[in-house]
Ligand binder design. Structure first.
Ligand code: M6R
Length: 609
């Protein structure tokens, strides 16, 4: 949700910043801008819409300078116009600010500043920050930024440049992500690692209410009181190539095809088939802790939430602990029954989702132990939980999450087996069998990926549909929900998912010859029931697309539109079944001409509530 990049060095700041913004465009893409210190003043270029518009402006009117800040926006306050695009400046034009987050008390601050004579030109909350720094400035920019930040409420990650101190770049954060990248006589700030990966892998993660003062030769981190804070410099393992498209047309497609390797990475070193063991020490839970468990909450948003719904089935089935899954945005506000005896598992790809972060804090406040299933190393959620299980999916750039979902499912099944073992409910042969099957999954998925032609044909048949129904049962009901979400997000087709048995209680009224109904009918304990549901759809002239297990001939009696996947254990089937859902959504969106990697109105990590 908004991407920030800042540069201080001896190169052309605009080039570094623009390149970084391109890598962060998944965070927001309704307007963008860059400001640099040049010829003793601050100059800026801003453009409405995607970065190509800013690029055009920069070609027409290049922006020189070796210190600068840039921003790609996902609008919260104020329409996505050029006027509201960042960077914003103060009244004197000597201070320029980029910001990700929301200044919640911006209205009273704005009124106060207006009374003092400040004139505002945008509708954003961010402009208040620029004026506030101006108002606090006496002769020390850093002190003015600290004083301004002490007065704001809400969330911020900011970059500040000023002609008052032209050889300094200042950054600060609270509840929105920001990292520092340390190069060779050049330093960076960014919202996320991919922005600076081509230039450095040495990173400092800023913590809440810290500011950083960057010069060409280094960076000093301080608290808002001005005291220096010792920070660890971390080395990022991600290879810059991982954050490129690598010959695929879209990041989403590349990330779908990466899934077999992602499964291997998530499992990597965590299983011992021979001794039927799972190693998840990172969670910090003893056998005693797990034996005592009475209640688990899984809390997440969007796709991560659907992975949690699959996790519920897995954990309840193998470990026999009651699991409740909640949207993070609901959990926080509904006075959940959580205490010291509750285990809360929060799931997040980005580790920065504001709702999930708030839910995690709420759970901790109530005394619960909180475990995180997270992709982005060093992210806020990863740092605040009591134990973190990294999923090792690598950078996920496509706004529609695919490989992170896959890796979350793997993490959840590992937890389920582990808890089952600890509670003595999963014996050695069962654990061995599950671990063996888990390791077979990459090859099974490779088979599905090798047969995309059939899915492309089905996409060709149905791409003009206005609505879609997705039906699944049991552990694959969440697969249906995730499939529907993928379709909605990137093709803008209205899609709804139902537990197949629920259809007759209402949604069946929607079915006619214009309604494609995707039915997940892979081998399961409820296969026959799903076949009955399919017949109910056919009886009302609905068009069935069936997802079945290889070798299913029965299904051909009901539909020609069949996608088949290799057989696996029912409890693992969501891992295999989601792949055709992702591909179908991708090819339908492609056929409709949507912007697959950057669908309208969305942003990769939602850092506002
Ligand atoms: O980074 P997170 O996993 O916390 O993000 C949660 C959701 O915002 C995310 O899954 C969203 O629903 C995606 N666009 C799904 O494709």
């Amino acid at each position: 949700m908004c991407g920030i990049v800042g540069y201080i060095g001896s190169g052309e700041a605009t080039e570094y910043i623009f390149d970084g913004l391109k890598r962060l465009e998944y965070r927001g893409y309704d307007s963008a801008g860059i400001a640099t210190i040049t010829n003793g003043g601050i100059d800026r270029r801003r453009g409405e819409g995607k970065l190509v518009n800013l690029e055009k402006k920069l070609r027409e009117q290049p922006l020189a300078g070796s210190v600068g800040i840039g921003h790609t926006r996902w609008a919260t306050h104020g329409r996505p116009t050029e006027f509201n695009a960042h960077p914003h400046t103060d009244g004197s034009g000597k201070i320029s600010v980029v910001h990700n987050g929301i200044i919640e008390n911006y209205m009273p601050l704005k009124e106060e500043l207006i009374e003092k004579g400040h004139r505002f030109v945008s509708q954003t909350d961010t402009e208040v920050l620029a004026h506030l720094i101006e108002d606090e400035f006496k002769d020390d920019l850093e002190a003015a930024v600290r004083a301004a930040l002490k007065r704001v409420e809400g969330a911020y990650a900011i970059g500040v440049i000023s002609t008052h101190d032209p050889d300094t770049l200042i950054a600060g954060r609270k509840s929105s992500p920001l990292i520092l990248g340390l190069g060779d006589n050049e330093n960076f700030i960014a919202s996320d690692v991919p922005a600076i990966l081509p230039h450095t892998r040495k990173i400092i993660y800023l913590d809440d209410e810290e500011i950083a003062v960057l010069t060409r030769s280094g960076a000093t981190v301080k608290d808002l009181g001005g005291n220096t804070v010792d920070k660890k410099v971390e080395t990022i393992e991600w290879n810059p190539v991982l954050a490129e498209k690598g010959g695929y047309d879209h990041f989403m497609l590349k990330e779908i095809f990466e899934q077999p390797q992602v499964i291997r990475n998530t499992i990597g070193g965590r299983t011992d088939e021979e001794h039927a063991k799972i190693y998840l020490e990172e969670m910090g839970l003893s056998v005693e802790d797990v034996k005592k468990l009475k209640h688990i909450y899984i809390v997440a948003c969007g796709t991560a939430y659907y992975s949690g719904c699959v996790g519920k089935y897995m954990i309840e089935q193998l470990a026999r602990v009651q699991v409740e899954v909640d949207f993070a945005s609901e959990f926080r506000y509904r006075n959940p029954i959580v205490d010291e005896s509750t285990l809360v598992i929060v799931i997040s790809q980005s580790g920065e989702t504001a709702d999930t972060l708030a839910a995690l804090r709420e759970a901790k406040k109530r005394g619960a132990r909180v475990i995180g299933i997270v992709n982005v190393k060093g992210s806020s959620i990863a740092r605040e939980v009591d134990g973190v299980l990294y999923i090792h999916a690598g950078p996920e750039i496509g706004v529609a999450s695919t490989k992170a979902y896959m890796a979350m499912l793997i993490a959840l099944i590992l937890i389920a087996i582990q808890f089952g073992r600890m509670r003595e409910l999963v014996d050695v042969p069962e654990a061995r069998r599950l671990i063996r099957e888990l390791k077979r999954l990459p090859r099974l998925i490779e088979r599905t990926l090798a047969d995309v032609g059939n899915i492309q044909e089905i996409a060709e048949t149905f791409f003009e549909a206005r609505d879609f129904l997705y039906l699944g049962r049991g552990v694959n009901f969440p697969t249906a929900m995730e499939g529907a979400l993928k379709l909605k997000e990137i093709s803008y087709i209205h899609a709804e998912a139902y537990a197949a048995g629920e259809m007759k209680h209402g949604p069946i009224a929607l079915i006619d010859r214009n309604m494609p109904v995707l039915c997940i009918a892979t081998k399961s304990a409820t296969y026959d029931k799903v076949l009955s549901n399919i017949q109910e759809v056919k009886a009302r002239e609905g068009n069935v697309i069936a997802l079945v297990t290889d070798g299913d001939e029965e299904i051909l009696k009901f539909t020609r539109d069949v996608i088949s996947v290799p057989e696996t254990e029912e409890i693992l089937s969501p891992i295999v079944n989601v792949v055709p859902m992702q591909l179908l959504a991708y090819y339908i969106a492609l056929r409709r001409g949507s912007d697959v990697d950057q669908p309208r109105n969305l942003a990769k990590s939602v850092t506002v509530e």
